[in-house]
Design a protein around this ligand. Sequence first.
Ligand SMILES: CC(C)(COP(=O)(O)OP(=O)(O)OC[C@H]1O[C@@H](n2cnc3c(N)ncnc32)[C@H](O)[C@@H]1OP(=O)(O)O)[C@@H](O)C(=O)NCCC(=O)NCCS
Length: 194
Amino acid sequence: MTNHYRPAQSLLVEDGLELRVPEEGDSEELFLKIDENRQYLREWLPWLDDVKSVEEEAAAIRQGAYSENGCMYLILLGGSIVGTVGLNSIDWANRRFTIGYWLSEDSTGNGIVTKCCARIIDHCFTDLDLHRATILVAVENSISRAVPERLGMSLEGIEKDREWLYDHFVDAAIYGVTAPNWNVIRNQSGHGHQ
Ligand SMILES: CC(C)(COP(=O)(O)OP(=O)(O)OC[C@H]1O[C@@H](n2cnc3c(N)ncnc32)[C@H](O)[C@@H]1OP(=O)(O)O)[C@@H](O)C(=O)NCCC(=O)NCCS
């Protein structure tokens, strides 16, 4: 079966907060933001050692920023990059996808990632006809676990040794929501579609 849906290249979250697929011209700004936050991000993200220069970031953007099976969005606050959200592993046959994210440390505490995830989930369920969203978070990463919990997603289980983080495995908490449940949650929280 041919799938005709494609993830959006950009999404407006709210005034001044946007998601946009990066272009090669974004490499330097994105690299500098990662570099500033390298130690902070390294605690929970496995890929920091793969991004050591603007050129490596440009290559990553060229190779992996957008495909029909997923994409990376820059989080743009007032036009500046403050993090990314990945719409990863779209499985069109089973109509499911996964979300991953990081934020510059000085942009935390404002609900930015929670709002961006909600926008992507809305887009996937409403515009792409997908059915199930998951977010996988290291069990000990309580700040990140608060994101799917704030979104109303359900804890569905723990995957043992899900991810290798430089020198050790971490277990992952699996959070999920289906499209019908998402509509109920959004309507209860007053964010339903008009
Ligand atoms: C995970 C991470 C993105 C979470 O950042 P965050 O700022 O806590 O998440 P949000 O942007 O959703 O903001 C939530 C915070 O803003 C507050 N907030 C303010 N306005 C808000 C709003 N309108 N909606 C939701 N939350 C709001 C919340 O209360 C919360 O603060 P609190 O923890 O002090 O209660 C960040 O800690 C990070 O990048 N960590 C390192 C990398 C990482 O772990 N990535 C995830 C791997 S799974």
